[in-house]
Design a protein around this ligand. Structure first.
Ligand code: TRP
Length: 331
C-alpha cells in the first residue's frame, strides 16, 4: 500500500470549494492508501498568529475535516506539533538546504512582498519543514494543488540530495497526486474566478456559516442587469451562479432557470433565493456534524491521541534511521 501525506493549513475555516475539491478526494484516498493528514500548526507560526487563534484554528480545522468525512479509523490524522520528530528532521534537512535555492522559491518571494516587516527564517525554510513532513513518513504520494508543486519539487531535491550524500536509497521520491479533471472548481460569489477565503468578504461560503449568513452572502452575489435578447451568452458572474446551482440543486431547478434566462424573464432574486435554500440544505449535514463535534472535546481528544500515537510510530522510526545514516549513534 502506498503512503500519502498531506498537510492542512491551520488558518481559518473551510469553504465549499475546499470541501468539494481537495477534501472529497482525501475522503476517497483514505480507503486505498496509508494516509497521514496533519494540521500544520508549526507552519502557521511563520505568520505569527495570536496563541488563542492558533489553538482555536487547529480545533476548527480538525472538526471540519472530520465533519467532511475524514475518518480516523481509516487514516492517521494528527497535529504537526504533536510529533516533534519533524522538527529534528527539519533541522537535519536544513544542513543540506542551500540558502540560494530557498530564496529563489516563489512562495518565499511572495511572502517577502506581503510581509516585509516579518521576513523570518521560518518563512525561508518553509520548504524544508514541508519536506520534513513528507519524508518523515517516507511518502510516495502528496495530493497538492498547483501552488504547492514547487514545494514538492524541493522535497524531492532534499530527499535525493540526502540519498546521494549518504549513499543510500532511504527516501522514496514523492510524486504529486493530481486529481486532474476530478478536481472540481467551485466559483466564488464575487463574479470572478475561484472561491477562496482570501478573495474578500462575502466571496466564500464557509461550511460553518450560519444558514442566515449563507443566505445573505448568496443574495448579495454579483449579477449583471439581465439578458436583453433570447439565448444570450452568459457573463462570467452568471455562469458562476449557474455552476453553484448545478452543484446543489436538482436538474429540474437548473433547467427552469436556464429556460427563464433564455427567454429573458429571469429574476436573479428568485434564482438566488432558490440557490440559498438548496445550498443550506446541501450543507446541513456537514454543518450539523461540525456543531456536534465542536462540543465533544472528549472525542476530539481521543482522535488526536490516537492520531499522535500512530504518527509517532512512523516518525520515531524514520528519525532513528536517519540519525544512524548520518552517523549520530550510540557509543
Ligand atoms: N504548504 C501546504 C499549504 O500551504 C501545507 C503543507 C505543509 C503541506 N506541509 C505539507 C502539504 C506537507 C502537503 C504535504 O497548503
Amino acid at each position: 500500500m502506498e503512503t500519502v501525506v498531506s498537510g492542512i493549513r491551520s488558518t481559518g475555516n473551510l469553504h465549499l470549494g475546499n470541501y468539494l475539491g481537495a477534501i472529497k478526494n482525501f475522503v476517497k484516498m483514505q480507503n486505498e492508501n496509508n494516509c497521514y493528514f496533519f494540521i500544520a500548526d508549526y507552519h502557521s507560526l511563520t505568520t505569527h498568529p495570536h496563541p488563542a487563534d492558533l489553538h482555536s484554528n487547529v480545533k476548527q480545522v480538525l472538526v471540519e475535516y472530520l465533519a467532511c468525512g475524514i475518518d480516523p479509523e481509516k487514516c492517521t490524522i494528527y497535529v504537526q506539533s504533536d510529533v516533534p520528530q519533524v522538527a529534528e528532521l527539519y533541522l537535519l534537512l536544513n544542513m543540506n538546504a542551500y540558502v540560494g535555492e530557498l530564496q529563489r522559491c516563489t512562495s518565499f518571494k511572495d511572502k517577502i512582498r506581503k510581509q516585509p516587516d516579518n521576513v523570518n527564517a521560518g518563512l525561508l525554510t518553509y520548504p524544508s519543514l514541508m519536506a520534513a513532513d513528507i519524508l518523515l513518513h517516507k511518502a510516495h504520494k502528496v495530493p497538492v494543488g498547483k501552488d504547492q508543486e514547487q514545494h514538492l519539487e524541493m522535497t524531492r531535491t532534499f530527499g535525493n540530495r540526502f540519498n546521494r550524500i549518504y549513499e543510500t536509497e532511504y527516501f522514496p521520491e514523492p510524486q504529486a497526486f493530481n486529481f486532474g479533471t476530478a478536481l472540481v472548481k467551485i466559483p466564488g460569489l464575487d463574479g470572478s474566478g475561484k472561491m477562496g477565503k482570501s478573495e474578500g468578504e462575502g466571496n466564500a461560503i464557509f461550511l460553518a456559516d450560519d444558514p442566515k449568513v449563507m443566505t445573505k452572502k448568496i443574495m448579495r452575489a454579483k449579477t449583471d442587469s439581465g439578458p436583453e435578447k433570447p439565448n444570450q451568452e452568459k457573463p462570467e458572474e452568471i455562469v458562476n451562479l449557474f455552476t453553484l446551482l448545478k452543484t446543489v440543486s436538482t436538474d429540474d431547478t437548473v433547467q427552469h432557470f436556464e429556460d427563464v434566462y433564455n427567454d429573458c424573464s429571469i429574476r436573479y432574486g428568485d434564482l438566488k433565493k432558490q440557490l440559498a435554500e438548496d445550498m443550506v440544505k446541501f450543507l446541513a449535514p456537514v454543518k450539523e456534524k461540525i456543531d456536534e463535534l465542536s462540543s465533544d472535546d472528549k472525542y476530539i481528544q481521543k482522535v488526536l491521541q490516537e492520531g499522535k500515537e500512530k504518527a509517532l510510530e512512523s516518525a520515531i522510526k524514520t528519525v532513528k534511521e536517519v540519525r544512524e545514516i548520518i552517523g549520530i549513534k550510540p557509543f
